[in-house]
Design a protein around this ligand. Sequence first.
Ligand SMILES: [Zn+2]
Ligand SMILES: [Zn+2]
Length: 230
Amino acid sequence: MSDYKDIIRKPETLNWFKAAMGMNITRHCLLDIVKDATQELYDTIRKEINRKYGILEHVVCSQCHTPNVLPCDTDNKCCHYKYGSCAFHDIHKSQHCRANLCNEMCKEIVYHHRFRNRSKSKSFQGPTWENTDARKWCADPWNIAKCYLSKDGYKDVNKADDADFNGMVNVLINCEFFQMYFKDDLTQKENVCTKARDVGREVRHAPAMSMISQDSDRAIDTLVALLQSL
Ligand SMILES: [Zn+2]
Ligand SMILES: [Zn+2]
């Protein structure tokens, strides 16, 4: 292996670094949007529950655990039956929230998930219930956003500031509520967000932390397109 000082000076290393910095800057720009929009999503969910069931927005609950409000069903990816019982629902059984609130919030979180209707034959890609704590839904809307993150690596990410680029982009892709912040049509299979996610993967997984300039230029163009679509 050549000397690390030579590696740092190599144009391919600098290209990779530029793309990685581009991701970092993009993440910073998205962070404020994700924070504001998450609060807005919570407010929208509460308005909808008020409209449907007359539960006022100042009513809050911090008693319901996620298994309490999530119906027992293996499609939700949390429930696994062993010897006839479900480990996820072993301690906290399904039950109705005393404030008549959390079960409805659970349904609204599903309603805002882009892939809620994927047919059962394919694997269900709805909310990531493992990541969230339903007791915090009213106090900390980030726990609602966590339902739209991918399953792995985010359980202990307890605030938006701690989410990485990939997590941020996944929330934008998976939660339909974020469409209103973008000019681009996020229902398209390929859109500014999915392209940014793919570019992010290429940069993260670039072997030897190096990229040819065509690839790093394309990565930066993709990130710029995402920001220009806001
Ligand atoms: Zn279960
Ligand atoms: Zn509750």
